[in-house]
Write a protein that binds this ligand. Sequence first.
Ligand code: PLP
Length: 376
Amino acid sequence: MTTLEDLVNPGILSLTPYEPGKPIDELAREQGFTPDQICKLASNENPLGPSPLALQALQEALPHIHLYPDGAGRLLREAIARHHDLSVENVVLGNGSNEIIEFLFHVFVLPRTHEALCSRHAFAVYRLMAQLFDAPCRETPDPEFRHDLTAMRKSIGPNTRLIFLTSPNNPTGTRIPNRELEEFVRAAPAHAVVALDEAYIDFLDDPPPSVAWVREGKNVVLLRTFSKMQGLAGLRIGYALAPAPIASLLQRARQPFNTNLLAQAAAVAALEDHEHREKTRQIVRAGRIRLEESFARQGLPFVPSSANFVMVRVGNGDALFHSLLRHGWIIRPLKSYGLAEWVRVTIGTPEQVTRFLEIFPTALQETAAAPDSTGR
Ligand SMILES: *Cc1c(COP(=O)(O)O)cnc(C)c1O
């Protein structure tokens, strides 16, 4: 007899779906909190909220949502191109930059034939997408949670089509030094595309000159998003910057109206909101120092971060996660990354950081009684 499983594509059966940060409303329902009693430091969202210029643009766009969006996203792509001094042919829009990851697989990876490459503890979506396409995603070790580009170079095989580099990386917060990154991109083989995920590039004081590599026509695709710095995660809008021949291939993989009218309008405005960007940078920098100093004082190992979150080793990450939930705080346990002893904390507003550092030792103490995650 034919079972449902016989009908299913092979990658689907073994796929464990992405585990997102716990939504505020869900915790409110479960624990009897009102949503405003809850603080979410789980998904690296902007604690200042969306760019005010984006909110204004949304107001102006709202009466027009009976119309289809511009499928080509011309205005936003032109704005992005101007912003980076590129041409509109270099820009591809995605329903979040995560959708661009999917385009990359559609364009370059044949199931059971080609493979992707990424660093251990890199962002989970590359592996998920590889599995969906029934293609292996090879992982290289990451000593001290850093990309080992020498190991990655050696791991490139004849069937490698996509090489994912994430800088700064999520969930580790580590970055690739600019010089190393440049050498890697320049030496990359012609048969593989380097997908450089720069979701957190706006938090770097000295970002790499990656846009120049696009201009030079290297085999590189930069992944950018409006979800983090610009505070538009709920709208789902991101983009790729790539040499025109690669960008035009990626365009073929997308649905006709993959990004919506509101997201396009908000993103155009957010792109030029320098004030919101500077404010966010400042509070993230200050909050990161306070979190890291506090973890150091408590003798907790943490990974020095280049982004808007910090990864810290707490013993039993799940237990701490649940303990904090009871106090109305959502952070991110990292068991799904094979890091059961660690959690990731997004940097909040100064007030949130203060209150978090007050509750944190209490919550940590509550977990001391729980058996630690390694079973020891
Ligand atoms: C948050 C994040 C993204 C952004 O995803 P969107 O789909 O644009 O919201 C991409 N890459 C990494 C590493 C991230 O952490």
